[in-house]
Design a protein around this ligand. Sequence first.
Ligand code: ARG
Length: 563
Amino acid sequence: MIGQQKIIAALADVLPDLNTATIAEKLEAPKSSQLGDVAFPTFTLAKALRKAPQQIAADIVATINQEGFEKIVATGPYVNFFLDKVSTSQDILSDVLSKKNTFGDNNDGQTANITIDMSSPNIAKPMSMGHLRSTVIGNALANITQKNGYQPVKINHLGDWGTQFGKLIYAYKTWGSEEEVKSDPIATLLRYYVEFHEKAKADESLNDEGRAWFKKLEDGDAEAHELWQWFRNESLKEFTEIYDRLDIQFDSFNGEAFYNDKMTQVVDLLNEKQLLVESQGAQIVDLSTVDENLTPAMIKRSDGATLYMTRDLAAALYRKNTYNFAKSLYVVGGEQREHFRQMKAVLSLLGFEWADDVEHIAFGLITFNGKKMSTRKGDVVLLKDVLDDAHELALKQIQEKNPTLANKDEVAEKVGAGAVVFHDLMNDRTNNFDFSLEEVVRFEGDTGPYVQYTRARALSILRKAQQEVDMASLSLDDQATWDVVTSLGQFPTVVRQAWQRREPSIIAKYALHLSRAFNKYYANSRILNEDDQLNARLALVNSVAIVLEESLRLLGVKAPEEM
Ligand code: ARG
């Protein structure tokens, strides 16, 4: 909270029985900014002080040292603080301008590692809008952890192993063709997969064929392995195009297959602790002692094949041993909640205390113009198509609004992709939401382009002014300015909250709030007017540009200089 130190010190003077941490906890934002900048509620003091809250508030105001504040008033049971606008603005703006993009950094994390399992699409299937959420939420969380002093490790746990590859190999060998796959790899492989399921409906035995091929693959059969490797390479090429487009990098592409030779360790440990029991030929871990609502975790199928769960357990151990993480995050859709609860339960049965540091960062379902996504039926919305359409829409608006802009195509890509990413991130992550591009790629309203546009506007003012900003004469004290300044001052708190709640939407909502405050200010002031406040106004404009750019960077959204 802005001015917090000053307020705590003043309150501590008149409330010697309260320690500063207790005071800090009670401070809150008043219901409206008209009531003040910071409020201190007195309800909880009534008992100890044997006075009515209203009386306590009035007594505090009568005795507190008001120096350095515009005023301090009692409003019912609240003590409301109005900060001195001139000195507070000066403090905040000089902080932003001297720290630039490091403004808001903290060292809470002390360089501890946070592993982030993110994106993790499945080989031989298109990356769908569903995987977009994992990719962009994971990427934003990585940026946010870093801003909080941690070291993120971004892991793409590719779905490159499992029975589906047996099915695919069978389908390819039975009715596929090499030329077809080469000409359009993922689409063709997806078609084979869909056809497999259609045919399997009529003929159950196909499933056995698929299983048999997967068993061969797990047993190291050369032909199966070669086909698998080929499917994997082709898929990765297509995924990489999308990652490049979103400018998202990974520290590791160790997918499920990477753990093939690392599963015996988990199985041995489970055996040692006598946790494995047999059930209908399969090996399972009973989890009812941890939580009676949890169904058992299946570790090995009756034919000896390992499972998604087995590989995830091996991966969890590997990550602890390799990175010694402080937290291990899994950015995966809410439909896998049960899976991750089971995984954590098995880890804690194994006696690993760090099981508590494993967190499923769940997110809601995304629909696109009301359409759901399902790869089984082949009815998918492709991320690539969405990005292409967003690009087109952005380009159209740029051509209307700024026909002379030089690098329209480049800007349209930043605006289109930025719009999609921003929209994804501005919703609380566990919400389900529907999505239409027209609504998202708009330059007005609660959109990414609106924030980008606001920052470009700030930059254009600075270009016109053509002078260095210096802070010497700052004395801004009107309400519109003050709303911008207080919003800027909240950024460090927002950075912390976004991490504490694992919620990039806090940054996105903040960026919208700051943009609105700035545009209101812009509409009501003659920023470039040649008077003795010109410098101060430019300092404000420059600070806004810096903090908006940094907010967008945290979200993984590019900010064009002009648009
Ligand atoms: N490939 C999986 C899917 O698309 C997601 C993997 C998530 N990560 C994990 N460690 N289980 O559903």
